[in-house]
Design a binder for this molecule. Structure first.
Ligand code: HPA
Ligand code: ZN
Length: 357
């Protein structure tokens, strides 16, 4: 991991931008840019409580997770028709292509839409059509993960699962998001047991604002195969050991963590600590339209703020993103090869130790 700390800084940032990578923690409703919110509001005749794009952007001054969620759910209120969901996701896929994302696993929040009378089929059909179009036109592979809102009841989650089942082949797994504190994993243990019976892949947000205990409970009570955020694991050394031993991936979102005040500054972020502990950490954008940047911006700002991170960490993070994804081992191997080819273009001196890590 340390062989390449001398890799020239300028080339490091070029490597970060051009290396193939997967994004595993992005809420598609969190990619809705203010411009698109206003365009959809006009198209759909929805009135927004903001004078314009700049006034809306000015409201993006968050103090914690809840202060963000209030604005995020309001922004999603402009999404009414299948075409709206398609347009939102396609805008994300174009950004993803520019960031050299070759695979994306997208979260969506059906309850945010069904509660407003938008049928779940409208949501899933629009997103699925975008995923198909992204593969055909941009060569990006993708999958959908349905998230339950944890501030709502277990009964509401069961009802949502029921509504989603006619579209079972269009999503690969389920997750758990929204207000973490006071809504522990155990509240949804029975819903997730049913999801496991249905053969769905399992992820859950845990240890973003909530305690390390919620991470352990996400693993033991929900069967989470991947933990979203998980940065609070460092409060429990035994848990860190377990995450490393069982190679349970963490989908870390650096810019999100700064904007929601999980860490005061990027220099105070524990990304390097997590990597040094041998965890399968990945970098992700979470809600890029709200947090100041898409995936490459997350990579660049993290590496700028943490000078102990070098090229070997960059390559490790890209490898981790493929290893942590829900694709076949054959597909993972193809992306590992593609990554090695990109690294090799940075010159034989740099490439030799890199490909050996
Ligand atoms: N945490 C919890 N719920 C969310 C988030 C997040 O970072 N983004 C969108 N929903
Ligand atoms: Zn998230």
């Amino acid at each position: 991991m340390h062989i390449l700390t001398d890799f020239p800084r300028q080339q490091l940032f070029e490597l970060l931008r051009t290396m193939p990578k997967a994004e595993l923690h992005v809420h598609i409703e969190g990619t809705l840019e203010p411009e698109l919110i206003f365009a959809l509001a006009q198209r759909n005749g929805v009135t927004l409580p903001y004078d314009g794009i700049e006034a809306l952007r000015a409201a993006y001054a968050f103090t914690d997770l809840q202060s963000f969620l209030d604005i995020y759910y309001a922004g999603a209120g402009v999404l009414l028709h299948e075409q709206d969901f398609f347009d939102m996701a396609m805008a994300y896929f174009h950004r993803a292509a520019a960031d050299r994302i070759v695979h994306a696993e997208l979260f969506f929040d059906p309850q945010t839409h069904t509660a407003r009378g938008v049928p779940i089929g409208t949501v899933i059909r629009g997103l699925t059509r975008a995923c198909d179009t992204a593969r055909e036109q941009l060569g990006i592979s993708s999958a959908l993960i349905l998230c339950f809102l944890r501030h709502l009841s277990e009964a509401d989650a069961f009802d949502t699962l029921e509504q989603a089942l006619p579209y079972r082949e269009h999503f690969i797994g389920v997750g758990l998001d929204s207000s973490e504190r006071g809504n522990p994993p155990e509240k949804f243990a029975r819903v997730f047991a049913r999801c496991r019976e249905l053969g769905l892949r399992i992820v859950a947000h845990a240890g973003e604002e909530g305690p390390a205990d919620y991470i352990r409970d996400a693993l033991d009570l929900l069967g989470a195969e991947r933990v979203d955020h998980g940065v609070r694991c460092v409060d429990d050394p035994l848990l860190v050991e377990r995450l490393a031993r069982e190679r349970i991936p963490l989908t870390v979102c650096p810019l999100s963590n700064i904007k929601l005040c999980v860490f005061d500054t990027m220099a105070a972020h524990n990304m390097a600590t997590l990597l040094e502990a041998g965890l399968c950490v990945t970098v992700n954008s979470d809600d890029p339209a709200y947090f100041g940047g898409y995936l490459n911006q997350n990579f660049v700002e993290t590496f700028q703020a943490l000078p102990q991170l070098g090229a070997s960490h960059a390559v490790q993070l890209a490898k981790n993103s493929f290893d942590a994804s829900f694709v076949s081992d054959e597909q993972k191997a193809r992306w590992h090869d593609e990554l090695a080819r990109t690294v090799a273009r940075f010159g034989p001196e740099q490439a030799a130790p890199l490909t050996a890590t």
